[in-house]
Design a protein around this ligand. Structure first.
Ligand code: GSH
Length: 251
């Protein structure tokens, strides 16, 4: 049995749900409510000591880190492979995965928290805020940098620049073929797709639609795959939790 501890609208959870759908795997859904900070409760920290989603339980073990989970699933369930067979191409895919984890996945958190999550933190007293931040195993410094007044404009602008550079790197890679690594849809495409989807939800799609034709085409093709519809069910949309966004995305 595969159990997925995830949050509906979390980009890292979306990566794993796309991967499960691509491989046609059923799983038992264990939703974790980030709004009530269920991910920081002792019971969940036993599963993922980093206090973040997702986590996968399978075969008596737990796998954490969304990218690692995708690679694990691809290894254990070889049907519909999502990694190229050639070692050099696999290395290229892994280099993309490191880059995606380190740069765009980190960067997209800044506008997400600044524009959507910050008000919840502003409702806390200073003392409650400090205690909450202190209880975060890996996100304390990030939350402290945001504080209750938001990120500095240097950090905010820096994250937008990182997203822009990531999109441009994708545009260049897509000059060599339809997907990021050689000719086949791979875990690299899966891992960056939720970042672009989150940007689109926040009204930032012009960052590629304006002048990155290959990324625009890649995004349309990635979203047209059946796995996208399976992973991005209605509750997974930010507009479900943040009604103000509905104006940007009329149903
Ligand atoms: N590197 C981790 C990052 C996981 C992560 O940051 N998850 C976010 C949701 S996308 C989370 O749990 N956030 C909770 C919080 O920041 O309080 C992974 O890829 O699994």
């Amino acid at each position: 049995m595969i159990e997925l501890f995830h949050a509906h609208a979390s980009t890292c959870s979306q990566k794993v749900r796309i991967c499960l759908a691509e491989k046609g795997l059923d799983y038992v859904s264990r939703p974790i409510n980030l709004g009530t900070f269920e991910h920081l409760m002792p019971q969940y920290l036993e599963i993922n000591p980093n206090g973040v989603v997702p986590a996968l339980r399978h075969d008596g073990g737990v796998v954490i880190e969304s990218t690692v989970i995708c690679e694990y699933l691809d290894e254990v369930f070889p049907q519909d492979p999502l990694s190229p067979p050639d070692p050099l191409a696999r290395a290229s895919m892994r280099a993309w995965l490191r880059f995606i984890d380190e740069v765009p996945s980190m960067a997209v958190r800044v506008p997400t928290f600044q524009n959507l999550v910050l008000p919840a933190y502003q409702r806390l007293s200073r003392d409650e805020f400090d205690r909450l931040a202190d209880s975060m195993p890996v996100r304390k410094q990030f939350i402290m940098r945001m504080g209750q007044d938001g990120f500095s404009s240097t950090e905010y602008q820096g994250s937008i620049e990182q997203l822009d550079r990531s999109l441009r790197r994708m545009e260049k890679a897509l000059g060599n073929g339809p997907w990021l690594v050689v000719d086949a849809y791979s875990i690299a495409d899966i891992c960056v797709l939720p970042v672009l989807h989150r940007m689109e939800e926040m009204g930032m799609a012009a960052m590629w639609q304006a002048d990155l034709a290959k990324v625009t085409d890649w995004y349309a093709r990635a979203c047209a795959r059946p796995s996208f519809g399976t992973a991005f069910y209605p509750e997974s949309k930010l507009a479900f939790s943040f009604p103000a966004l509905r104006a940007l995305h009329p149903a």
